[in-house]
Design a protein around this ligand. Sequence first.
Ligand code: PGA
Length: 251
Amino acid sequence: MRKKLLVGNWKMNKTMAEAKSFALAALPLVSYAESKNIDIGVCPTYLSLDIVKKTNPKLIIGAQNVDYHTHGAYTGEIAINMLQEIDIDWALVGHSERRSYYGETNASCNLKVKALLASAITPLYCVGETLAEFEGGLTKSVVERQVREGLKDLTKEDAKKIVLAYEPVWSIGTGKNASQAIAEEVCHFIRTILDDLFAEVSEEIRILYGGSVKPDNVRTYLSSPNIDGALVGGASLQVDSFRALIENIAE
Ligand code: PGA
C-alpha cells in the first residue's frame, strides 16, 4: 500500500518571514497528517529552505530545483551538498516551468535525478504534456519519453526511492484541471512504463497528480487507483487551504 503524499510547490512566492509563519502555523498539521498516515511537504524558494526546516523539522522540505554539478562556475545555481548542509532531502526535478522557461530537458533531468539519488536525496520528477501536445493526441508519447529518458540508467533500488508527478502543463495554474479519468489514465500509463523499466518495484513508486488541485477536488484524484497524492501550487500557499487539502484526503 503506497502512503499518500501531498506536496506544496510554492514557486517564487513567500519571503522568508512569510515562509516562517506558514511553517509555524503548519506545526499541528504534521502530527495530524502523521495520525492519518499521510506524508506532507512543501517546496519553498532556496532562500526559505533553512528557516522552514528549522521551524518545522518534521515537514518534508524540498528544493524546487538543483544543479547536478558538484561545484564550480555555474552562476545562480545551487549544488546538492549545499542542500544537504541544511538537511534538505527532497528536490523537484523537471517541473514544467523549469522545462519551458529555463530549458530543462529530459537529459538534464536525468543527470539531476541520478546526482540526487547518489546523495540520498529524494527526487520528485515531474512530467506532463503541453496544451498543443494534448490537443494533438501526443500525451502518452511525450510522457513516455519524459519518463524513460528522465529515469534512464536507474536501478530497481534507485527506482524505489523516487516519486513521480504527472502535471499536464495546460492545467497548471489555469483552473482547468484534468478530469479524474484523464489523470488516472495517464498515471496508470506511467505505471506500466515503470513496470517495464523496473518490474516488481513499480508498485512501490508513488505517482502524484498536479495541476489546479484544490481542496474541493483533491479527494476525487486520490480515489483513483494509480494516483497516490498531489503536487499543489496555488492551493498550498495559504495554511488554511493546505490544511483543507490534508483533511479532505484523510480517511
Ligand atoms: P497549481 O500548480 O496547483 O497552481 O496548478 C501545480 C504545480 O505547478 O505544481
